[in-house]
Design a binder for this molecule. Structure first.
Ligand code: SAH
Length: 358
């Protein structure tokens, strides 16, 4: 394809939020830096149309690394006997929120392994306590697969959003990354349940995960079109040395950035983080992510003492910095990219009125 043909595909995607599989394949496989730059420029323009120069921040609290699952790529998988397990106390979690609130965070993301200690009762108690202390903040959960009635209870307790990456939309690919006890159907069912309950929902995939093909990525994009998630979390796969996929190659920043831009054009108003994993494989990854259409950052609010233990992948950045230091560094990086951090819940526009009118 000529550069001109690529650009016409980008225009078509921007205008129709759709392409044929062949057209998606040529965008995903295009190997031209001038094209990638043009794609990013278009994605940036769409992002700025809806969000201006604002960047939303989410305070990530990695509150437990106990996990009953055994995902082949993940450093906190059940069979990793070298993972030092920890679980923050209720008080520690509330202290993270209080410190985050002072720093301007208005969304807290509770992320963890699938830890049986966190029954519905314990989680609802925690959500209620956070909402009581910070009624103007959103609570996002990222605690994996649960049953619909559990998601309903957590929603009723005040949880606003739920992140559950689908990891890959291809069943056989999913099965190559997870043991048989985990089912692709159940993961997708969870996402549908979360949507039906009324959460702002985030799905997403790792880019460059072992065995991933262009065809898989096209299926991922089709799933996004079908599900219409409010958020999409994508980041490169990065091997973790104590997992079965330790010797596999990491995904690239180039493919991740290209996908961020395509997703921005596909779902113009989506909340799209420039992830820590992207910042890990490229020192300028998060800035480049913002310039490719991302509009969210998720700095770590977990106590520094546990950060290293939440080692999903190797060489994760921001391990030693206190939250305040982290936010200072980030706001400089964001300003250098021409954007600014805002003190806002940062809801999806489709949900915004619900909160501003109440
Ligand atoms: N237990 C929760 C949270 C999982 S950790 C859940 O199931 O949703 C959050 C995300 O980290 C995962 O969804 C996965 O996409 C990503 N992740 C895990 N291991 C990774 C690795 N080795 N490289 C890059 N991302 C990884």
């Amino acid at each position: 394809m000529t550069p001109k043909n690529y650009i016409s595909l980008v225009s078509k995607l921007e205008q129709t939020q759709d392409l044929s599989n062949e057209e998606f394949a040529s965008l995903l496989e295009a190997d031209s830096s001038s094209f990638a730059e043009e794609l990013a420029r278009r994605a940036r323009a769409v992002r700025e149309k809806y969000y201006g120069k604002d960047v939303y921040i989410r305070g990530l609290i990695e509150f437990t690394n106990y996990c009953r699952n055994n995902c082949y790529y993940c450093g906190i998988r059940r069979d990793n006997g070298r993972a030092q397990r920890y679980r923050l106390t209720h008080e520690e979690i509330l202290a993270c929120c209080a410190a985050g609130y002072q720093l301007g965070f208005r969304t807290f993301v509770l992320q963890g392994g699938e830890d049986a200690y966190y029954t519905d009762d314990r989680l609802t108690e925690l959500i209620r306590a956070i909402k009581k202390s910070h009624p103007d903040c959103a609570v996002t959960l990222s605690v994996g697969e649960r049953e619909r009635d559990s998601y309903e209870k957590l929603f009723e307790a005040g949880a606003d959003r739920y992140l559950l990456r689908h990891e890959t939309a291809d069943k056989a690919h999913y099965e190559s990354l997870h043991p048989a006890e985990l089912s692709h159907e159940h993961r997708l069912q969870c996402l549908r349940d979360l949507k039906a309950i009324g959460y702002q929902v985030g799905c997403g995939m790792m880019t460059g995960s072992p065995g991933q093909t262009t065809e898989h990525l096209i299926k991922d994009l089709r799933l996004l079109q079908e599900l219409q998630p409010e958020m999409v979390g994508i980041g490169p796969f990065i091997p973790q040395h104590d997992t079965p996929l330790a010797s596999c190659q990491a995904g690239t920043a180039g493919l991740t950035l290209k996908l961020l831009s395509i997703i921005r054009l596909l779902l113009p108003q989506v909340l799209l983080p420039a992830t820590t994993a992207l910042g890990t494989i490229d020192p300028q990854g998060r800035e480049k992510g913002l310039l490719a259409g991302a509009n969210v950052l998720m700095p770590n609010l977990s106590p520094v003492t546990v950060r290293r233990k939440y080692a999903l992948y190797d060489n994760k950045i921001c391990m030693g910095e206190e939250a305040a230091e982290c936010i200072r560094c980030l706001s400089k990086r964001v300003a250098a990219a021409g954007y600014h951090l805002v003190k806002d819940r940062g809801d999806h526009p489709g949900f915004k009125e619900i909160f501003t009118s109440s």
